[in-house]
Structure formats: C-alpha cells, structure tokens
Design a protein around this ligand. Structure first.
Ligand code: IVH
Length: 667
C-alpha cells in the first residue's frame, strides 16, 4: 500500500513538472503520447485507490460536468483597477508626481497590460485553494474548479521559499489561435460569436461545466503578489520568485530608473505586441519597491503607485464602395462591406463585416460614405463609425436585400433572430455546396474533398447533395481537369472509410440547424437510431438532458421535410451508420428508465462523471438541480446543504453509493 501511495505521489510530481515544461516554459521534454500514458496510469491508480484522492492532483484538471452556481467570495484585498491614459504627457505627469512624493531614488517596472479577465488565486501551504473572479471588486465568483483546468496555473508550487499563505493576481486569456478556432466552430454551429478574446475568456471562466472549460485551452499571466510575508521588497523580484514557484509571468517585464527607458519600452511594444499569441491593450507602470508603494498609497479607485498607458485602438478611414450579401450553408445572409483598400495593423483591409440589418441601420450607412474601420479584438475588421462631415454628395442608403442574392427567393426572418435567411435550402447553390462541405468536414464524415473539389464535382454535374458523393464513379473523376488516378483513388478510399464513421458523427454531418457535435452525440445515444430520432416528438426530444425547445423544434422540422428523409434513405443505401454500435448498445440497460437523478457531494467508489455515465448507460436521466420531478438524489459526502433541505422538503429519496449500485446490480 505504502508503495502505491508513493508511486501515485511521484507520478503526480512528474506530471506536474511536464505540465509546467509544456504550458509555462513551452519546452516539453516528452512526447504528448508519453504524457498521456503517464496521466492514464495515474488516473487508473487513483480510481482503484480513492483513499489517496487529492483535489490538486493533475488528473483533476479535466473538469467535471457537475452544475455549480458559483459561490460569492469576499476578496481579502479589494480588487481595484488602474488609472489609465492614452497620453504620453500624462505618463510624464505620473512620473513627476511619484518623483516628488517619494523624494528619493525609485525604480519603475514596465509590464504588458494583458487584455483578458482578471483573477485572484489563493495559495496555502503551496497549494491552490481558491480562484476568484474580480466581480464587483469587493466580492467575486469562486471559479476554482474552472481555473484548475488551466494548465499554466500551478496546482502545487515548486521550491520551498513561498509564503505559507499568499494571493497572486493575474489575467486569464484566450490565445488568438484558440479564439479563432472557437469562433469558427461557433459559426458553423450557428452559435453567437465572441466579439474578442477577452469576452471569450470571461465567458468561458463562468461556464457551469468545467469539462468544457478544460477544452477551451485558456492561458494565464500572473502580475501581482499580495500577502503579509512576501519574500522581497521589490515587486519585480517577487515576480521572479513567483516564476520560480511555477507561475507563468511575462518575460517582457522590465525595470527602469528613468523615464526615457519607459517611453522606449512603450514604443517597442506598441509594434511588437502584434506578434504575441495573446491580446494586450497597453503597458502598466508600477513603482517597484513595496515600501514606496505603501508610502504612495491608494485613491478610492486605484493605486497612486501605478498607471496604465493604453495603446490607441487601430482605426483607419476609407470609402465604402459597395455591400455584398453572402449566403451560408444554413441560408443565413451576411452583409459584407467592400472598401477602398486601406492599411490597418499591418494588413490591407478591403472588406469589413456589417453583421446584420440592425447594424447597417444604426450606422445610418450610405454608399460612398467615408467610414472608420477598426480591428479591435474582432476576427474581421468592422465599421465602427461614419464620418458624416465628409458627406459631400450623399449616396443612397444601404438597404438589406429582400431576396436571396443567389437564387432570388424572398428572405425570411425568424422571430427573435437578427439574421435574414433564404428558405430555399434545396435549390440555393451556396447552401447546397455549403451543406456538402460540412458533410465531408473532418469532424463529420472526414471525406477527402475540399471546397475546390466540391465546386469541381458540382459544376461537372456529378453531385447535388451529400448522397451523390457515394455515387461518384472513379472513371468519371479520373478524367476531370487536375485530377489523376492517384487523387481519384484517395477520394474513393476516404469514401469507403466514411462508411465506418459512427452514427453520432453521421448525425452531425447531416447539418441539422443547432445540432452541433455535442448535441448530435446526445441525440444519438438517447434515440440510438435514426428511425427513432426521426419520429421523436417535441416532448421526447426536450426530455433529453440539455436539449431545449430551440434544438427540438429544429430536429422535428428537419425530419418533417420529405427531401431530408429521401437523402437519409440514399445515405442508408450507401451503407452509412445510422444506429449506435451494437457493442455499446449491448452494455446498455433500461434498469433506470424513466428515473431522474441528481448527483451531489463527493464519492469514493466512482467519480461523479462515472456515476453520470452509469445513470445514462442504464437508461436514467441526470439533471443538475433538485425539483419535484427528481426521483433520487445520489448523495456522496458533503452534499450541499441547500440541496439537502430542498430534497427533504419535496420528499425525494436520498440514496448513497452502495444503494445506487444495488439499483443497477453493480457489485
Ligand atoms: S496590476 C491594483 N498589471 O488591468 C492594480 N493589471 O485596470 C492591480 N491588467 O483589473 C492590477 N495587465 O485585469 C496589473 N500587468 C498588469 C495587467 C493588469 C492587465 C488588467 C487587470 C486589472 C486591470 C486594471
């Protein structure tokens, strides 16, 4: 036993070190595969030996899908903001004020101002005990479970010279590439886009389901230590210590003793920041000595020992030439402004997003207007303002089209939505091609055919819908322009392999509105085959965990269209998987059919996630909160008192692990 305990401990330490190498130093020593193997070994050991559970084990970084309404926690030191300015003159004023007030030599630390969401982390005895958002500055949300999934935040510290208890503050960020990928995915699934990485980071941190947070790949930079027994008098020196304990601190931070160097730093980073992987919006200047900081003190809102210099958001003035309307795979019509080319943040901008009809209206946009475009955090630049004083011969007002620019069908607007749609799904070219592109995409059927190939096949008259992809003959593509035997064989092979793609991905590939990857999985497992799903009623659909009215409506609507049923029949004939694999099904039972469970507390035999899977595997339903519809509460240790009270009031049966396992005859 002692051996196992030691082995678990050394595995944890080893994995923590590899995490640090990878996420903080960006210098991994082992391959991802080796890393995963070690993590798997630890997971196995921990599940066999729950007596060695540790909330800060690296296995706890994967998150849980338990529902949590965040607890409000008071900050020990209020989280103030910084005075900020766009003017270099005010930076000089700040410097002179400090000089005068201190009347002794001092140093200024210059840091990047990271544009994410701020966080306060509490460490006790070298372990992360709490992570709190800024909230209103006095109290914030306890988001510890979510923060634990961020790999660059140490759960246990390295070294031994950290204070017994201290707080460290910093910024949680979503790197640009993660942000771009996330928005792309949201666009495909018709979910609202995040305006910038800051919103994406704070939105992610507030998610109820930490396993989704874990998948979002957030990053962090820490920049401010607080506590009674910090090792050094210098802020800069303390940050270096923090770095040695395993925190990700910025390598850009510098210490200067004159204002010229401060301006040099600002000038350098105003340009260089564009090459960083995360968003920054300025520079923060801080007096280095904590003793001097104390002397300078605070105003009601911010410290007198610090100031933020904000970079000018980049804007450019140019002329609006025309507006095009693009039709996506779902029929949504997006307006795009065509501009006279203009230089902005290192690239030439020719087009800008106009989002929707409401935005065009609120800008009061006319053709030939001089407009300001801004990159901000957005993916494509947007028009932020019209220079009305530059209107000379005023052009026509920009009007949203009434008919589909591709097929002429009158557009419709669904209630509560900003977008206009072309309802001609089956006859509108970009919708047809877009649906096929989605069908072949990697997360769907993974057929080796890019948008060019689809264009090619379509214009050659070979395909009109996804099912046609399976009817394409090798002879007819080998002779297409730029195609040869090899590429034709590759295509045929990927078509063959796609017939093994599991049902849930086939369902996702169909491109039903609002049915993204996760929803497709849920529906596939709940209904098990396409026939059951196609006959499901609104009530049956909304009874599935996390399937709401909007998705249910869309599913019912999809299957009520004859053309879709025809398409599915053709795909069935082609040999695609339209039911859940036998093997997975054979493990399923109906022992808990019709029963609704709420899981609360911590367990020793299985994890919460495993209990959740057991409930679903046996036909039961797992929900987040107690209501009159709940049949059982599966209660572990430390069940939440509010849940307990509510359950007792409603007379709901509370069972423990053993009783639950008996219900499903699990020894
Ligand atoms: S120091 C009392 N340093 O900017 C001062 N803040 O307006 C504590 N921020 O809420 C903040 N980078 O979210 C500090 N290097 C940096 C920063 C930084 C970004 C954010 C932070 C804070 C806001 C201040």
């Amino acid at each position: 036993m002692e051996n196992i305990k030691q082995h678990i401990h050394s595995l944890r330490a080893e994995i923590d070190r590899h995490n640090y190498n990878y996420y903080v130093l960006s210098a991994p020593e082992i391959s991802d595969f080796e890393f995963d193997q070690k993590l798997k070994e630890l997971q196995d050991l921990e599940s066999k030996h729950p007596e060695f559970f540790d909330p800060n084990s690296p296995t706890q970084r994967v998150g849980s899908d338990a529902n949590k309404n965040f607890m409000q926690v008071e900050h020990e030191y209020p989280m103030l903001s910084l005075a900020n300015t766009y003017s270099e003159g005010e930076i000089s004023d700040f410097y002179s004020r400090v000089e005068k007030a201190l009347n002794e030599p001092f140093e200024i630390v210059c840091e990047l101002k990271y544009d994410g969401t701020s966080i306060s982390l509490i460490y006790e005895k070298g372990e992360l005990t709490r992570a709190i958002t800024r909230g209103d500055g006095t109290k914030g949300d306890d988001v510890t479970a979510n923060v634990k999934t961020i790999r660059s935040i140490p759960l246990k510290l390295m070294g031994n010279d950290y204070p017994e208890k201290f707080e460290i503050r910093g910024e949680i960020l979503m790197p640009w590439n993660v942000f771009d990928a996330l928005n792309k995915e949201r666009e495909e699934q018709e979910e609202p886009l995040f305006a910038n990485p800051r919103n994406a980071a704070s939105g992610t941190l507030k998610l109820q389901n930490s396993s989704i947070v874990a998948g979002r790949k957030l990053d962090s930079y820490l920049y401010y230590l607080l506590g009674e027994n910090l090792p050094e008098d210098g802020h800069y020196e303390n940050l270096q210590k923090a770095k040695s304990w395993g925190f990700k601190t910025s390598d850009a931070t510098r210490k200067f003793d004159n204002i010229d160097d401060v301006f040099g730093f600002i000038k350098y980073w105003d340009v260089e920041r564009k090459n960083l992987s995360v968003a920054t919006d300025g520079i923060v200047l801080k007096v280095n000595s904590l003793r001097q900081q104390k002397n300078l003190g605070f105003t009601a809102k911010s410290p007198r020992w610090a100031i933020a210099y904000k970079f000018q958001p980049e804007k450019a003035l140019t002329k609006l030439l025309s507006v095009s309307f693009q039709v996506g795979r779902t029929g949504a019509v997006t307006p795009v402004a065509n501009l006279e080319p203009v230089q902005l943040s290192g690239t030439v901008v020719k087009r800008a997003s106009l989002h929707n009809a409401d935005i065009i209206k609120s800008l009061d946009l006319h053709y030939n207007d001089m407009v300001y475009v801004e990159k901000g955090g957005e993916i494509i630049p947007k028009i932020v303002e019209v220079d009305k004083s530059a209107r000379f011969l005023i052009g026509d007002t920009v009007q949203f089209v009434k008919n589909c620019p591709e097929c002429g069908t009158p557009l419709i607007r669904y209630e509560g939505e900003a977008a206009f749609y072309c309802p001609n799904e089956a006859g509108c070219e970009p919708q047809i091609k877009g649906k096929i592109e989605h069908f072949v995409s990697r997360k769907a059927m993974d057929i080796h055919a890019g948008s060019e190939t689809i264009e090619h096949f379509y214009s050659a008259g070979l395909i009109h819908n996804a099912a046609d992809l399976y009817a394409v003959k090798i002879e007819s593509i080998m002779n297409l322009e730029r195609w040869g035997e090899k590429s034709a064989r590759n295509y045929m092979e990927s078509i063959r392999q796609s017939k093994n793609v599991p049902f849930e991905r086939v369902l996702f590939a169909l491109g039903i509105r609002f049915v993204g990857e996760t929803v497709a999985k849920r529906l596939a497992y709940s209904f098990q085959n396409i026939d059951a799903l196609s006959q499901a009623t609104l009530e049956q659909l909304t009874a599935v965990d996390e399937i709401g009215e909007r998705i249910a409506q869309s599913v019912v609507c999809y299957f009520s269209d004859e053309k879709n049923i025809e398409l599915i029949q053709k795909l069935k004939n082609a040999g695609l998987q339209f039911e859940i694999d036998e093997k997975i099904l054979s493990e399923k039972t109906t022992k808990l059919a019709g029963l609704t469970f709420v899981i609360s507390g911590t367990f020793s035999n299985y994890s919460r996630d495993e209990y959740k899977a057991l409930i679903e595997k046996n036909g039961g339903k797992n929900v987040g909160s107690v209501s009159a519809k709940t049949d059982y509460i599966l209660a572990g240790e430390n069940m939440g008192p509010a849940k307990l009270e509510k359950a007792q009031k409603l007379g709901i049966k509370i069972i423990d692990e053993e009783e639950f396992l008996e219900l499903i005859d699990n020894p």
